[in-house]
Structure formats: C-alpha cells, structure tokens
Design a protein around this ligand. Structure first.
Ligand code: SF4
Ligand code: SF4
Length: 666
C-alpha cells in the first residue's frame, strides 16, 4: 500500500523534540514580550459577535480579498500563503500519525497528500522567487527593504529547498513505485543522483552515499524549520498571528465614525494618569497597539495617501512603524512632537485611503486623530489656523467666523419654511459651507430649487443651525465636539426631527455615523441619495434646458472622501449623472475607493498648504487629463478646493459643479 516511513533513515530523531522545545521556548518568550507591550495600553471596548467575526476573518484570509486588491503583489502573497498553509497542514498530519497513532498517510490518501504537498511546495518556491525579484530587481517606491525581509525570504527558500532535497534523496534510495506522485521530489532524486555521481567521478553513486546526504540535509532542514519558529515573534513573520487576530478584532463602528473619547472615564483618573487622547504609546488602547504589530510593511497605505504622493512629510506606514518602535523602546516616550512630528500629524486630510487599502485592517486614521487629541486637549496645541477655526466655532458656531445672523442670507428671495415641532417635513441641514461660503450658497440654492421642483416637503433650522462638529472632531478637539453634538441633538429633539438631508458629506457622515454615539439617531441622507430615491421625478425634470446647456459635454466625477470611502456611496451620484441626455461620463484613473482626496478634509480647509505639492492641484490635473468640460462633485469642500486649483491653473474654461447644479443644467 502506498505510504512512506516517517523518520526513514533518521536515528536519534527524538533529539528533534529537544530542539523543538527550545525553539518553542524562544517563540513563546517573544510572543509574551509582544503581548506585554500590547497590554501596556488602555482598556478597549469589548468584542462581541464572535461567530460573525470568525466568519469575517476566515472569509478575508481564505479569499485574500484585501491582499488581492493589488493584483501582482497579491498573487505573490497568495502563492506563499497557500503554499505555507498546505505544508503546515501536511506537517500536522505527520505529527498526528506519529504521536496519536492514527493511520492517516496510507493508500490513495497518501498519494494525493504527497502530490498536493509537492505542488503547493513548488508554488511556494515560485512565490518566494517572485517576491525576491519584485523586491530586489524592480524599484518599488512604497516597499521598504530591510534585512528582515532578506532573512525571511532566504530562510523560507532554504527550508523548501532542503525539504525537496530530503524527499529526493529518500526517493532515490527507496525507489517507491508511486514516486511520480511526488513530482518535484522525483526530479530532485534524479538531480541528486547525477550530482553525487559526478562528484564521485562514477556512473552511479551508492545508496549509502545518498543516505548519508539525506540524513545531513534532513537535520539542516529541521534546524532551519526550528529557527523559523523561533524567529516569528522577532520579525515581520509576527504578522502570521497578528494579521488574522487584527482582522478578527476589527472595529465594527461605521467606516466614517471616529471613536468617541470617553471623557468621564478619563476625568475619573488621577491627575498623574489622566491623558485625553494620546501622548505616548501607553495612551493607545491595547487593540491599537496590537494593530501596529500587524503591519507587514506592504506599503499600500503610502501608495494611496494623498499627502505622501504630494511629497508632504506624512507617510501612514511610517506613523504605524514609529508607534511600534516607540512602544518597543519606551511605552511612556513622547509620540506627537517627539517620535512623530507635528508636521506629519497635521498633513493628514483624513481621507481614509490608508485604512481602506490596508489588507490587515490597521486603523491609521483613528491613531492620527488620537495624536491630534493628545497635544490639543492636554496642552492646547493646535496649528494657528486651526486655533482660529476652533474659536470661530466656539463663538460663532461656524468655522468661517461669520456672524450667525448671516446664516440665513442665502435664503433671500426663496420662500423656505423654518422647522416647527408639528412639522413632519424632512430637515434640510444646510451646513456651514452651504450657508456662509458664497460659491457653495449657489449649490444650496440650486438644491432648494430642485427640492421644490421635485415637490419634496422640506424645511430648515435657519439660525438655530450650528456647525455639525465635524471640523472639531477631525482636528482632535473632542471636548468641544461632544458639547456641540449634544446641543444639536437637543435642537433636533425639540423639533422631533426624524429625517435629515444635507449637501455636505462631512455633515452627512457626522450626523449619520457619529451622532448615534450620543443617542442622536436620525435618518440621514446625502442630497444625491434623496434625489436618487426620487429617480422618476428627476428624470421628468431633466428638461430641454439641461439638454441645451449640457448637450455634448463631457463630465468627470470626483468622489468626495466622506461620501465614498467613509460611506461607500459610489454608484448613486454616477447614476444621476448618467441620466443626463447627450453627455458623456468619463472616469478619472483614480476613482471610487481609489479616489484622490481634494485636500480639504481634516482641518485643511482652514490651513495653508506650505509643504510639498498642492493636493487640490494634483487632483485637478487628474480631472483635466480626462478632457472633461465639467468636474462634477458632491461636496462643498471639494467644490472649493477644485475651483481654487482651476483658478490657480488658469483653467476656468472647465467648470466645477455640484451634482445638483449639473442636474439643473449647469
Ligand atoms: S487618512 Fe488619507 S491623508 Fe491621512 S494618512 Fe491616511 S491616506 Fe494619508
Ligand atoms: S499599515 Fe497596512 S497597508 Fe500600510 S504597510 Fe502596514 S500592512 Fe501595509
């Protein structure tokens, strides 16, 4: 019956167990040290929904969904991962047979086992070679090569090579009739015999010589494998454990919601231990510290980060690795303004591209906000323009610093209802940009006209509306944010508000995803969603006027980060644009979840761009490359940033319009 003798030709194999215990001890010590570092962090919310999480992790790991988003590196990783998994399972089966005495590796099962392991082993080797070629022969802008990478690739390659040599030597001596079920081992057996014969200057070599070689390589193979086990916690290989664990413990908050700071919990601490936000690694939660240990330095976050691509000081991967190295050096060491510079922390536009593209669910954005919260809340440290914007919100309830009495100026000449308690109309949340910024007032008025034409019953809060709090939260001022949210919720409850629509994705995201953290649960729609829901009515409205003014125009759509990546609203706006007759919708190279930020989020609407290139101009160049006559978008910040860039480029022949303006005929 087809099988093979385990430990064939190996004397004193029990010695291996001693080495294994030693390797396991080094491994366990390393894991213990990592776990001790993680648990130096703060407590974390509890993790329920175990079976849902298990399924999610299994689906992610098995499908390699996140990894395969980048096709070439994804395939290389898949070859290595599935090769490794198959060989690991194969080794476990051997161990079960030897130690539990279960007769597993016999007959047909053995033949398929042998064949599968050879095939997966060969694919694994292929993956290693491709990874080495990619790393060392082609310049990879976002991939850092360290000694660790070379050691890992070398170690894996050596383990596989010696494994095939051991198999080849065994086949050469025992010549089993089923050796074709070990195709790679069979080839190695021929190569070994040829090589040995040549070295001995004879036509054939003796079985004794091959047996000796087999024994030697077997021990080398085993020592390398034990070295591999011991090396895991001290190298990038740690992600074999931390990556699936991190995926399992992924946040279940809506994508666009930042974690609320539990102000009461922090206030309950003693003065010495009280820290709002993060000043050093110990101020992160243990889950956030585990997060940084899951990074496998793939560079995908950097490759998508607009700040990195605009040559600003920020690289999201570096933020993660800096937190890790500070955690290893001293969990009490200073992070913001220390290991991580203020320039890095404030270069982030909160676009969420890094989080979206990280295959192991690392949350860069939450950490960057925590690093803003620390110096902001503990030391009052914000960039000067941000301090001004915060003061404006504190005193005028809007970041523009304009008197609140001007909040209704855009309404002149339009007959608009104010909200009253008995009214069941949908609340149109205008937002500060829509109410105070001259260009965005045009969008607001266009939307109101459209609502009226569509006969949708709506009303506004007028001067009772305040900033939704998004700018405060994104710059790290959680205290003022929470205060403002509670005030807004009180107003909504006073008027029994149930449905809200807004043109601003920042307001939309905060009202929809973050207000529920403070018991403010409302049905919130972005204006594109409300229009889509009334699809038939809008079709009727796309009348001759639209046809005449937009006919033969080419439109490109810029996905606002807070609508797209933060809320997965990608198709609705496009479907609306496709309703326009005689127009062509042309996609930019970076669109949907790969969309490039306009540069206005995360407080940057109020900050000068002093370092690197201008993100808004880069995005405008991408839009201009499509040859479009109109850049359509659905966000007041994007509208402002892209309009400014067109002005700077002297390309005002191209229009930037909100979708409602496009639907109204430009
Ligand atoms: S959120 Fe955007 S800008 Fe900030 S680090 Fe991530 S990719 Fe870069
Ligand atoms: S943080 Fe995520 S995307 Fe960035 S390098 Fe690490 S694993 Fe890759």
């Amino acid at each position: 019956m087809p099988t093979r003798e385990i430990y064939w030709n190996i004397d004193h194999h029990t010695l291996l167990y001693a080495v294994f215990v030693f390797a396991l001890a080094i491994f366990s010590y390393g894991m213990y040290r990592r776990a001790r570092l993680w648990f130096s962090g703060q407590k974390e919310e509890t993790f329920g929904q175990i079976s849902r999480r298990l399924l999610f992790t299994l689906r992610n790991v098995v499908s390699h969904r996140g990894i395969l988003r980048e096709t070439r590196p994804g395939i290389i990783h898949a070859l290595m991962f599935f090769g490794f998994t198959a060989l690991f399972i194969g080794t476990c089966l051997v161990a079960i047979q030897v130690h539990l005495g279960w007769p597993i590796l016999y007959g047909n099962f053995y033949l398929y086992y042998s064949l599968s392991l050879d095939v997966f082993g060969a694919l694994f080797v292929g993956g290693i070679l491709l990874a080495a070629v990619r790393r060392y022969l082609f310049e990879q802008k976002f991939l850092r090569n360290t000694r660790d990478d070379a050691v890992i690739l070398g170690l894996l390659f050596s383990i596989l090579l010696t494994g095939f040599m051991v198999e080849g030597a065994r086949i050469a001596v025992t010549s089993p009739p089923w050796s074709e079920y070990s195709p790679v081992g069979y080839i190695f057996s021929k190569l070994l015999v040829a090589a040995l014969s040549k070295s001995q200057g004879t036509q054939t070599c003796t079985a004794a010589a091959i047996s000796t070689l087999h024994r030697t390589i077997w021990w080398i193979h085993m020592m390398l494998a034990m070295g591999f086990i011991a090396y895991i916690p001290y190298s990038k290989l740690l992600h074999l454990f931390t990556a699936p664990l991190n995926i399992f413990l992924h946040s279940t908050r809506p994508k666009g919601a930042l974690k609320p700071l539990a102000l009461e919990d922090v206030e309950a601490k003693t003065l010495e231990t009280r820290v709002f936000g993060v000043l050093s690694p110990k101020d992160f939660t243990w889950k956030q510290l585990l997060d940084v240990d899951a990074c496998m330095r793939c560079g995908r976050c950097d490759s998508q980060c607009p700040a990195t691509l605009a040559e600003k000081p920020l690289k999201p991967q570096k933020i993660i690795l800096d937190i890790r190295s500070q955690m290893e050096a001293d969990t009490q060491g200073r992070l913001p303004g220390g290991k991580i510079s203020d320039a890095e922390i404030w270069a982030c536009t909160t676009c969420r591209a890094c989080v979206e593209h990280c295959p192991v669910n690392i949350e860069h954005l939450q950490k960057i906000i925590d690093l803003r919260r620390g110096p902001g809340l503990m030391e009052g440290k914000y960039p000067a323009e941000i301090t001004r914007a915060i003061k404006n919100i504190q005193f005028q309830k809007n970041p523009y610093g304009l008197g609140n009495e001007q909040r209704e100026d855009w309404m002149q000449g339009l007959d608009i209802k104010r909200l009253s308690a008995s009214d069941g109309a949908i609340l149109f949340w205008v937002g500060c940009a829509g109410a105070f910024d001259n260009r965005n007032r045009q969008t607001t008025r266009a939307f109101v006209r459209l609502l009226k034409e569509m006969k949708i019953d709506f009303c506004v809060l007028g001067r009772e509306e305040m900033c939704c709090g998004d700018p405060l939260r994104r710059v790290g001022n959680e205290m003022d944010f929470q205060q403002l949210v509670k005030q807004n919720i009180a107003v909504f409850k006073k008027y029994n508000v149930k449905d809200i629509v807004t043109c601003c994705p920042h307001c939309f995201n905060t009202l929809k995803n973050e207000y529920p953290q403070f018991r403010g649960n409302f049905n919130v729609l972005h204006h594109t969603e409300l229009i889509s829901k009334n699809g038939n009515r809008i079709k009727d409205l796309l009348n001759k006027k639209t046809r005449a003014t937009l006919s033969d125009k080419t439109i490109t759509y810029h996905d606002p980060c807070y609508l797209g990546r933060h809320n997965d609203v990608y198709e609705g706006p496009r479907e609306l644009l496709c309703l326009l007759p005689d127009t062509e919708l042309r996609e930019m190279e970076r669109s949907r979840d790969r969309s490039f930020c306009c540069g206005g989020g995360g407080g940057h609407m109020w900050m000068e761009q002093r370092l690197g290139k201008n993100i808004n101009e880069m995005r405008t160049d991408q839009a201009l490359e499509t040859g479009a006559d109109i850049i359509a978008t659905a966000c007041p910040y994007c509208l402002t940033m892209l309009s400014n860039a067109l002005k700077a480029k002297d390309r005002e022949d191209v229009k930037v319009l909100d979708i409602v303006e496009v639907l109204a005929g430009g």
